[in-house]
Design a protein around this ligand. Structure first.
Ligand code: 2BA
Length: 110
C-alpha cells in the first residue's frame, strides 16, 4: 500500500535531504511553509512512498534533520502579547522533523 508522508522540516536541512532522497530514488515535492508559532519559514515535503520503503525514508530523515534550540524574543501569539512573558526571550526546541504518515486511497498520474 502507498503512504503519503508529510514532513515539516527546518529550511537549513532541505537541500541535503532532498539530494539524499533523489539519490535513493524517492519522489519528493517541497512546499515553502512557515510555522504557526515562530512564524519562521520552514519547509514541508510531500512524499508518496510504498509501505516497504517507509522505514528507509524515515531513516534518511532521521539522519539529516536534527533538533535545534531557537530563541524567540517575542513570539506572535495572543498568549505572549501581554502578561509576565511579554518581551522575555523564550527558548524553544524546534524538532528535527514533524512527520505525518497517511494511507493513500488512490495514486493517479495523468
Ligand atoms: P512552529 O509552529 O513555528 O513551532 C516551532 C516550535 O515552537 C515547535 O517545534 C515547538 O517547540 C514550539 N511551540 C509551538 N507551539 C508552541 C506553543 N503553543 N507553546 C510553546 N511552544 C510552542 P516543533 O513542535 O518541532 O514544530 C516545528 C514546526 O512543525 C512548527 O513550527 C509547525 O510548523 C510544524 N508543526 C508541529 N506540530 C504540528 C502539528 N501538530 N500540525 C501542524 N504543524 C505542526
Amino acid at each position: 500500500m502507498m503512504k503519503l508522508v508529510i514532513a515539516i522540516i527546518h529550511n537549513d536541512d532541505v537541500h541535503k535531504l532532498r539530494n539524499v532522497l533523489i539519490e535513493n530514488d524517492f519522489r519528493v515535492t517541497k512546499l515553502a511553509t512557515s510555522g504557526g508559532f515562530l512564524r519562521a519559514d520552514n519547509a514541508t515535503l510531500l512524499m508518496g512512498v510504498e509501505e516497504e520503503k517507509l522505514p528507509e525514508l524515515l531513516d534518511h530523515i532521521r539522519s539529516i534533520c536534527h533538533t535545534r534550540n531557537e530563541l524567540v524574543v517575542s513570539p506572535v501569539s495572543e498568549f505572549f502579547t501581554a502578561g509576565p512573558h511579554m518581551g522575555l526571550p523564550l527558548e524553544v526546541t524546534v524538532g528535527g522533523a514533524t512527520i505525518f504518515v497517511l494511507d493513500v486511497d488512490q495514486f493517479i498520474k495523468i
